[in-house]
Design a protein. Structure first.
Length: 349
C-alpha cells in the first residue's frame, strides 16, 4: 500500500477528530487539500514523521526509475549511493519515531545483508510492532478474523476496512508480514511463506496480492488440493479490486509449476501455452530474466498488464531455479519462443 493512499487517510481522520462539525462538502474540500498538501496538515510529531517517510519513499522510487537505462557499472554505483542516502534518512525518522513502522521496515529492506539476516530483522520488527498494536491500539486483535474486535468497531461506527486504512501502524505491520512472506518464498521457506501470506489475506482495507505468494508456495509444495481450493474460494473480484484469481499471472504460472512438478508434462505444456497467451510478457520474462526494482517495502501497484507478468515470474524465480530443467523445457515448448520474441519487438526489449 503506497504512502499516498494511507497517509492522507490518517491525516484526514486526525483532522476530523478535532473538527467534528464539518459539513460533507467541507469534508470533501479537506480531503482534497490533504491529498494535495499533506505536509500542511501534519501538525503532530507522528504525522510529520509519516510525511517525511513518504517524501523519502517517493524520492527513492523516482530516482530508481531514472536509472533504468544506465550501464550496469554506473547503475550499481548510483543505486548503492541512493540506498545509502535513503537509509540514513529513514534511520533518522525511525529513531525519532519508533511508530513510523514503514520507515524502519524500508531501512531494513535496503540493507546489504544476507537474506537470512534480513528475514531475522523483519521478524524482530514484526514481533515488536504486533506487541505494540495488541496493547496500544484500541480494538486491535491479532486473533480476530480481520484483526479488529467487532465490538470496538461497532462502538466506533466503522468496519474493519475503514479502521485498517486509517491506522498507519497497522499498515506498516501488514507491510512487514507481506515482506516476510515474499522473502520466505525467495529463500525456499515455502510453508512459512504460505503461513505469512494467509495472515496478510485476513486484512480488509489493505490492497495486496498475498494470494499470489500463497499460490506459488502451494504449487512448489505440490499441495494440489489446497491450491485449487483457494482458486475455487475466490470470487470474480476481491475487495481490493483484483480480478478473478484464475486469470492472474500468479495463478497461471503457478499452475504450470504445479503440473510440471507432479509429472504431468502434457497438461503442463497446455498450461504454459495458456500462461504465455493470456499474460502479456509472461513468455518473455520466463525465458529472459529481467531485473526488477526491489520491492520497497512491498509489491508496488502496476500500470501495465505486462508488469504483473514480470512480478509473477520474478517472485517465482527461486522456485523455477529449483525445478530441474524447467527453463529449458519451457523454451522448447512449441510457440513459446515466438510469443516471447513478438513481445520483445513490440515493447522494445
Amino acid at each position: 500500500m503506497e504512502p499516498v493512499s494511507y497517509i492522507p487517510r490518517y491525516l484526514e481522520c486526525e483532522y476530523l477528530r478535532t473538527h467534528p462539525d464539518l459539513t460533507p462538502a467541507a469534508q470533501r474540500l479537506v480531503r482534497e487539500e490533504i491529498t494535495a498538501h499533506p505536509e500542511r496538515f501534519a501538525t503532530g510529531e507522528h504525522a510529520r514523521s509519516l510525511v517525511a517517510y513518504a517524501r523519502v519513499h517517493n524520492r527513492l522510487l523516482r530516482e530508481l526509475a531514472r536509472m533504468d537505462n544506465l550501464p550496469d557499472e554506473e547503475f550499481e554505483q548510483r543505486r548503492n549511493a541512493l540506498f545509502d542516502s535513503a537509509r540514513a534518512e529513514l534511520r533518522g525518522i525511525g529513531e525519532a519515531d519508533r511508530l513510523c513502522v514503514d520507515a524502519r521496515l524500508t531501512d531494513i529492506m535496503l540493507a546489504d545483508v544476507p537474506l537470512d539476516a534480513l528475514i531475522n530483522d523483519l521478524l524482530s520488527l514484526e514481533r515488536s510492532v504486533a506487541e505494540y498494536l495488541t496493547g496500544g491500539v484500541l480494538g486491535f486483535s491479532a486473533d480476530a478474523p480481520h484483526f479488529w474486535d467487532e465490538t470496538a468497531l461497532q462502538d466506533d461506527g466503522v468496519d474493519a476496512a475503514e479502521r485498517t486504512s486509517s491506522e498507519p501502524e497497522v499498515i506498516g505491520w501488514l507491510h512487514t508480514l507481506e515482506a516476510i512472506a515474499e522473502l520466505c518464498l525467495a529463500s525456499a521457506r515455502y510453508r512459512a511463506a504460505a503461513q505469512y501470506a494467509r495472515r496478510v489475506m485476513q486484512a480488509r482495507g489493505y490492497p495486496n496480492n498475498a494470494r499470489g505468494t500463497l499460490l506459488l508456495a502451494l504449487a512448489r509444495l505440490e499441495l494440489e488440493d489446497e491450491f485449487f481450493a483457494l482458486v475455487d474460494s475466490e470470487g470474480e473480484e476481491d475487495e481490493h479490486g483484483w480480478g478473478p484469481i484464475a486469470g492472474s499471472p500468479w495463478y497461471l504460472l503457478s499452475r504450470v509449476i504445479l503440473l510440471y512438478k507432479t509429472g504431468r508434462e502434457r497438461a503442463a505444456r497446455r498450461a504454459l501455452k495458456e500462461f504465455a497467451q493470456r499474460c502479456d510478457g509472461g513468455a518473455f520474462f520466463l525465458l529472459n530474466p529481467v531485473y526488477l526494482t526491489p520491492y520497497l517495502p512491498v509489491r508496488p501497484p502496476t500500470e501495465h498488464a505486462w508488469e504483473q507478468s514480470h512480478q509473477a515470474v520474478w517472485e517465482a524465480d527461486g522456485i523455477i531455479a529449483d525445478c530441474p530443467d524447467f527453463g529449458t523445457w519451457a523454451a522448447d515448448v512449441p510457440g513459446i519462443g515466438e510469443i516471447s520474441e513478438s513481445f520483445a519487438r513490440k515493447n522494445g526489449f
